[in-house]
Design a protein around this ligand. Sequence first.
Ligand code: SF4
Length: 337
Amino acid sequence: MKENVVVIGGGVAGMEAARELLLLGYNPIVVEQQDHLGGHVAQWNRLFPDISSAGDLVRTLGDGITDANIFLETKVTFVNRLQNGYLVMLSNGVNIACRAILVATGFKLFDASRKEEYGYGVYDHVVTNADLESWFNGNDSDRFPAAPKSIGFVHCVGSRDLKAGNSQCSKVCCITAVKQAIEMKERFPDARVFCFYMDLRLFGKKYEDFYIRAQQEFGIQFIRGRVSEVGETLEGRLQVKAEDTLSGKPLKVQLDLLVLMAGMSCNPEVAELARMARLDMDSDGFLRSRDNLGGINESNRPGIFYAGACTGAKTVPETLAEARSAALAIHRYMQGR
Ligand code: SF4
């Protein structure tokens, strides 16, 4: 009889871990609140730096877990400590006894309307990175002008921002802005495209090449400065005020579309799970790993493991690698090693 492992969260971390757990001979039971697997990645169009299809990745991961038990639109309602493991109670009335739980609850995209100065929810043509991906996916919206002459991207929206309650860098939004800026330039070659950044954090393989291409091949302008205010002109264009901190000069540009790079915030629902299972949390609301070197997959509780962005901002490749290492850590735990 295969041993149960409850995987909480059916995003790419939970899917990849479940696939690996199946290969290791376990019975992963994936519990997902949404009506689909894939989490945020399932809503994305293309992934950097290869501009590969996010949908293909989710489909490939899904193909690997056809033998797993998957509960969609289901929540964990209680976690009880047993003598040798846990009893996980689900909102569909199913109770599962297991020796190991993997938490892969991911992140929440920062609510850009909280940064009032950018006008998200006030001006139609102020959108987020997620709105733009949805539009790339063919979900049409009149918030996207048919032929924009100028487009801006604002980095660090809700990240590295103490006032917004998140001092951490979200790691993926600089390169996502570069990717989306290039994609907009490909669609609208005559448009001027600006990226307003504090500093660029492009640390992955090929990311720097991508950034150089954005400037040299596509003519995207990177402006080091914070946007201080967004308003609307009488003609309905966006008026953006910023300070170019390299030249020290204030800057005013008119845009037809402004894209806010909303960062990764903690998933607020994880607090309830942490309370039930007595898991430690960090001050920023993410779950706290046993340590941030060799114990990144481990919690403070025996048999409870972590993968992906439930412990902090992660790229997709990092998330997938963590999911595989979490599955291995669970296997070692089950073997008593
Ligand atoms: S990755 Fe870039 S845009 Fe995102 S929070 Fe870090 S510095 Fe800001």
